[in-house]
Ligand binder design. Structure first.
Ligand SMILES: O=C(O)CCC(=O)C(=O)O
Length: 410
């Protein structure tokens, strides 16, 4: 097959369930003022670009975003658990399941809650959110108010339920079955560092492809700091619990199994956050138009992410070339374990009901959590196991001869 056809086939596989960025941008409703402002800004950037590159060249700061990326194309991701079903019984994973996780970075669906428990939990989340339950938000009141003003406030944004110590959430995060499964992957000191609800509203697009190793999405500082020698893709295991039956019409997850071993996209995105202006100036006119629109007029980070994804696919023509997206229809209460560095997203929700899922992110007690970020008072106050927060320094566990700070899974 000629290269162009291969590229087109790869793109159409990846884009199944999503609209191309140009269409998505065209479909946005911008006010007249925003449209005029956008044209002015585009022209301004167009004029400033040659000047920008001249200054940059004179200061000896060339722009080579793909330099050295090859070394991130195939990273080994060994798990750290020592307990398996064969050695410790119970709900630990079998050695074969652990090997599958190492290869694919995804395991499941696995049974967890009953459909009745999932339905009850779903109702609890919806009611609690609708009651505007805590009135102050982990993302900050100003950001919450802005989202509400723009009609964008969703369950996702209340997001970090765990920090609020909600017993119903805590009970699921500490589920003993999950603790044992995770111990087979993470090791004996499992910490739930963040819980979140994921909603896909009725008749809307699903979550666009993304990957996150150390979760810098909330700012420039990574939420997780793995210890030396731990591959970033193993710092986090995500557990995604379906709160109703999901399939390709109801926004089930899509994942590219094995893509957690190719951290080029994540590395590019981190380079982007260190040199935003350089990247934007590097974009061609169409990409600048799309990026400007998404970032300035929508607040939709996944739309901006789609621009970055398109650019990354062009810069790295072999990215995800030989790996196939898989989709994961699930029954209510089932869970999927996956490395968040696997490229993942979801299908559109073509029904009239919101699709709700609960996400729990787990790590190991020797990984720094929100290190040096004073705004999160107790990131790991609750988890599958308890963390002794009195022994956290700047959010990072302080180790001693007595061993790790988190209790062991029972
Ligand atoms: O539920 C979704 O649509 C996306 C989930 C996701 O991004 C995650 O679990 O990290």
């Amino acid at each position: 097959m000629p290269d162009d056809d291969a590229d087109a086939a790869r793109l159409s596989r990846l884009y199944e369930g999503h609209v191309p960025i140009a269409t998505a941008i065209e479909q946005l409703h911008l006010t007249r003022y925003q449209r005029i402002e956008r044209v002015i800004l585009m022209n301004l950037i167009g004029v400033l670009r040659p000047l920008y590159w001249l200054v940059r060249r004179l200061r000896g700061r060339p722009f080579d975003v793909t330099a050295g990326l090859e070394e991130f194309a195939q990273v080994a991701n060994p798990t750290r658990g020592t307990r398996t079903k064969e050695s410790h019984g119970g709900d630990h994973l079998t050695a074969e399941q652990v090997a599958t996780y190492e290869r694919d970075g995804v395991l499941g669906p696995l049974p967890l809650l009953t459909p009745e428990e999932a339905a009850a939990h779903r109702a609890f989340v919806v009611q609690t959110h609708a009651a505007d339950w805590h009135g102050d938000y982990a993302i900050g009141k100003a950001a919450a108010d802005e989202l509400k003003r723009n009609g964008l406030w969703a369950i996702n944004h209340g997001a970090i339920w765990q920090e609020r110590n909600v017993p119903e959430i805590r009970a699921i995060a500490q589920h003993p079955v999950l603790a044992q499964r995770l111990a087979s992957l993470i090791g004996d000191d499992v910490v739930a560092w963040r819980t979140q609800m994921f909603v896909v509203e009725p008749d809307t697009k699903g979550t666009f492809w993304h990957a996150a190793t150390t979760f810098t999405e909330d700012g420039d500082l990574p939420a997780l700091t793995p210890p030396p020698g731990m591959p970033a893709a193993m710092a986090n295991v995500s557990c995604w619990i379906a709160l109703e039956d999901v399939d390709v019409d109801t926004a089930c997850l899509r994942i590219i199994p094995g893509s957690h071993s190719d951290v080029r996209l994540d590395t590019l995105i981190r380079r982007f956050s260190r040199d935003r202006l350089g990247f934007v100036m590097h974009f061609d006119r169409a990409d600048r138009w799309n990026a400007l629109t998404a970032l300035r007029y929508t607040g939709d980070i996944f739309l901006a992410g789609q621009v970055a994804f398109d650019v990354a696919l062009r810069l790295l023509p072999d990215l995800y070339e030989s790996i196939e997206p898989a989709h994961y229809p699930m029954r209510a209460g089932e869970c999927l374990l996956f490395s968040s560095n696997n490229l993942h997203g979801s299908y559109p929700n073509r029904t009239s009901e919101p699709r709700l899922a609960m996400g729990i992110r787990y790590t190991s007690s020797d990984v720094g959590i929100y290190a040096g970020q004073p705004t999160i008072p107790y990131a790991t106050g609750v988890g599958t196991t308890e963390v002794d927060t009195t022994r956290l320094r700047d959010g990072v566990p302080v180790h001693s001869a007595e061993g790790p700070v988190a209790a062991r899974d029972q």
